[in-house]
Design a protein around this ligand. Structure first.
Ligand code: BGC
Length: 595
């Protein structure tokens, strides 16, 4: 992968001037009387059924006093109904009676708040819903169907602070319709191959249950590549089957095999030559679409991260730019990237439960006006190529496999020190942004302004942008010296340069995967599986097309694209994608938030 570009003097000057199943629900709300103490609740139980199996989503709304622990009980109407695997609660079943007790982390439920849990189940014949629920032994519905006459009012009026019950939307939607944010209230797929690697390092089990993306980084990865040095053995189907088994609701894949891949760097060059667009379509995208479109997987939200670094490279790394490459010129001229991405979007976006997020670089690459607008236009051009439309684009992702800090808490782009703006420092270098969150939110607006749908959401890859540990500044630097000194003492991103991208020393795990963390952001995600290398620190022969990029060599003194700084890369790294245990240990040590 490659991702780091800065402005030439010319660009800087410019910057200066200028599922296949039935979803049904039942909601019953009856506050218990004052005599029954302060527990009041409503339960919304929905299922998504298929022959013999189902996924249930259960939302408990606390209409009484705050809870510190809870225990939900209900009875299946049929003896064939079984809880197989649940989440967000400890599930047990005895005969037809089911209980779900809180986990250690979700026992507290404020008054008026809701909590959603769920399980995968089995049945034979029919799958009727339970008609009555208890919370801490108190009945939520008393067996009264919602359409029946409400009981007469008791003499005690409900407390005026009790909000009226709202009906949460069902967690599943009819096939063919996409939810606005596929990460919201959904359980992510944990790649067991990554999990095993993470757990092979001491302390790895603290994070190994996080969802990470599965990279489909060559044609052979579609069916699985048992002998590969850098990727797991499981193919796309195997991952989707395992996701069903886990009861996961979303699965993340990376579509990463364009002709002439990684045109501005060497560490992640791929198997297809720049003229091999027909093979990309027929041997790569079509088979992936056939699997993702299998109705067996219609209840999963399948998220595709589309072609890391590709489209920004066409803007910033073609000739005329500092360090522009002949390969980027070739794939720009022959349309391989634009038509390849358009084809992928059209083919995959046509599937009702598939969500496409296109890669959109990061702030240290695109945060200058001279790159920001042109890249938005380039993304739009690809979104409407090869028969695609913007409707095939659910959103964008920034910082994929990069290290840009999510938030720089100790300085802002508008700060000045003794009359010098922080923009005029070596670190910021006239960029308009100092961190990834501010960039992603602004870029979202720009993308809407060039024609993308107004409800697009952004993702930020926070797998390795934590910057915790002992080197993290605790507060802003002194304002008594120069702006450079202030920024260097304030910034949590400890790289030598924002253009450095390979196996960065000092980096830590960033925010754990989280849905809807900030306005405009669908999720923080771990797309680059932490502990997988960005590229080898020396030349290592391999059969994957991976080259040796000196940005991964710790002795390299840099080039014009990283301001002639040291690469900042860790030593002894294997080829990109291969497990790098020492890096994973460092990422855990410097995690922010800390583990
Ligand atoms: C590599 C891929 C790998 C991915 C995830 C990329 O840099 O080129 O082969 O699957 O990283 O680690």
């Amino acid at each position: 992968m490659s991702m780091r570009k800065r402005l030439s003097g010319r660009r800087r000057a410019l910057a200066l001037s200028g599922v296949g199943a039935l979803a049904a629900g039942v909601l019953v709300t009856i506050p218990v009387t004052a005599a029954q103490a302060a527990t009041q609740c409503s339960v919304n139980y929905t299922t998504n059924d298929w022959a013999g199996g189902f996924t249930a989503s259960v939302t408990i709304r606390n209409l009484g006093d705050a809870l510190t622990s809870w225990n939900l009980g209900f009875t299946f109407p049929n003896s064939s109904q079984r809880v197989q695997q649940g989440w967000s609660a400890k599930w047990t079943q005895s005969g037809q009676n089911v209980t779900a007790a809180n986990e250690s982390y979700n026992g507290a439920v404020a008054s008026g708040a809701s909590i959603t849990l769920g399980f995968n189940g089995a049945y034979s014949g029919s799958n009727p819903k339970p008609t009555s629920f208890t919370l801490n032994g108190v009945t939520c519905n008393g067996g009264t169907p919602p359409t029946s006459t409400p009981p007469p009012p008791t003499s005690t009026p409900p407390p005026t602070t009790t909000p009226p019950p709202t009906f949460p939307p069902p967690s599943t939607i009819p096939p063919g319709q996409k939810v606005d944010n596929p990460f919201l209230n959904a359980k992510g797929y944990v790649n067991p191959e990554w999990k095993a690697k993470a757990e092979s390092v001491a302390g790895g089990s603290r994070v190994s249950n996080n969802p990470t993306a599965v990279w489909i980084d060559r044609i052979a990865a579609i069916n699985g590549t048992p002998d590969s040095s850098s990727n797991g053995a499981m193919g796309v189907r195997a991952h989707l089957d395992e996701a069903l088994r886990q009861g996961a609701q979303y699965v993340q894949f990376v579509i990463y095999n364009l002709p002439g891949r990684d045109c501005s760097a060497l560490a992640s060059n791929g198997e297809l030559g720049p003229e091999e667009l027909p093979r990309y379509k027929a041997e790569y995208i079509d088979p992936i679409a056939a699997i993702q479109g299998d109705s067996k997987y219609a209840n999963l939200r399948i998220i595709n991260i589309v072609e890391i670094d590709s489209l920004p490279n066409l803007v910033t790394n073609t000739s005329g730019n500092p360090g522009g490459t002949a390969m980027c010129d070739t794939v720009k001229a022959n349309g391989a990237y634009v038509n390849g991405v358009g084809y992928a979007l059209a083919k995959l976006g046509a599937i009702g439960n598939v969500y496409n997020y296109i890669d959109a670089g990061h702030h240290g690459w695109l945060g200058w006006d001279s790159n920001f607008g042109p890249v938005a236009d380039q993304l739009k051009a690809a979104a409407v190529a090869s028969g695609s439309t913007v409707n095939n684009v659910h959103g964008f992702i920034t910082n994929t496999a990069n290290y840009s800090a999510l938030k720089e808490p100790h300085f802002k782009i508008t700060d000045s020190v003794n009359g010098t703006t922080v923009r005029n420092t070596k670190w910021v270098d006239w960029n308009m942004y100092v961190d990834e969150l501010s960039f992603a939110q602004a870029f979202r607006q720009k993308l809407v302004s060039v024609g993308f749908n107004s409800n697009i959401g952004m993702l930020i890859d926070t797998s390795r942008n934590g910057w915790g540990g002992s080197a993290r500044p605790a507060g802003p630097g002194p304002t008594t010296g120069t702006a450079n000194e202030y920024v260097d003492a304030s910034r949590v991103d400890r790289r030598f340069h924002t253009g450095n991208w390979c196996n960065q020393a000092g980096a830590g795990l960033g925010e754990r995967p989280k849905a809807a963390p900030e306005s405009g952001i669908d999720a923080y995600v771990w797309v680059k599986p932490p502990g997988e290398s960005d590229g080898s620190s020396k030349e290592i022969p391999n059969n994957e097309g991976k080259g040796f990029d000196r940005m991964c060599d710790p002795t390299y003194t840099g080039n014009e694209r990283n301001g002639n700084n040291m690469s900042g890369a860790l030593a002894d790294a294997p080829i990109s994608g291969a497990w790098f245990a020492a890096q994973f240990a460092q990422l855990m040590q410097n995690a922010y938030p800390a583990l």
